[in-house]
Design a protein around this ligand. Structure first.
Ligand code: MG
Length: 232
């Protein structure tokens, strides 16, 4: 029944949000010297979401948002040395070792024997390519799509270009907003990894969406069973 299975990458195959949580803590430590407290954390999210329209998703967008917020919160008093610390933080995030979730390689080995696999990930192109290469997982994927956003239109374009019938396509990922809702809207299928740490912006209520073509699993190791359950 299914011709293709697509996977999200960040927080689906490998850990990602943990790096951002750490980044936010470093940001707070730097701003503590200016008597700026915990409330600043909420504003990081606010600035990041506001800036998606300019920079898209990823570490560089996060870094620019932190710098902009630091300038605002300190009334333009932030020291250049502290801006350098934020830039170094971004570089550390961009070069951090890729840490895969347990069971990813085993799952991809098994599932790639039965279906062609595609990777659909959003974020900084260079960073996403580097993580895929470093993960050693690239060989499992017959197609890789790095996109700037995951809207129904973006998925539709990918499916058309690969001549895939949405009814024969499943997307697997940790984000309701990016991996589940847009593909269900196209008439495709989705598997949601509910226990993987996810940025709050990526939560989105599933209300009003047909859930017939959708399964929720806690861990990546349960994905093949969920695909087989959808097949029947
Ligand atoms: Mg993700």
């Amino acid at each position: 029944m299914f011709d293709w299975i697509a996977f999200d990458a960040d927080d689906t195959l490998w850990k990602n949000e943990e790096e951002y949580l750490h980044g936010r803590q470093v940001f707070l430590q730097i701003l503590a010297d200016y008597n700026i407290n915990q409330d600043a954390l909420e504003r990081v999210d606010e600035f990041e979401v506001e800036n998606i329209q300019y920079y898209g998703y990823g570490v560089m967008s996060f870094a620019l948002s932190m710098i902009e917020l630091a300038i605002e919160l300190t009334g333009e008093r932030i020291h250049p040395g502290d801006i350098r610390k934020l830039l170094n933080l971004a570089k550390a995030m961009l070069t951090a070792e890729v840490e895969m979730f347990d069971g990813v390689r085993q799952l991809l080995e098994e599932i790639s024997k039965k279906y062609p696999l595609m990777l659909i990930t959003k974020g900084d192109l260079f960073h996403q390519q580097r993580k895929l290469e470093e993960s050693g997982l690239a060989g499992f994927f017959q197609a890789v799509e790095v996109v700037s956003d995951k809207t129904p239109e973006v998925y539709r374009e990918i499916l058309e270009r690969h001549k895939i019938d949405p009814q024969r396509f499943i997307m697997v990922g940790n984000s309701l907003r990016s991996d589940v809702i847009p593909v269900l809207k196209l008439g495709a299928w989705a598997i949601y990894l509910s226990d993987h740490l996810t940025w709050s912006h990526e939560d989105d209520p599933l209300a009003e969406i047909s859930q017939d073509r959708y399964r929720e699993v806690k861990e990546i190791s349960q994905v093949l069973n969920a695909v087989e359950a959808l097949e029947n």
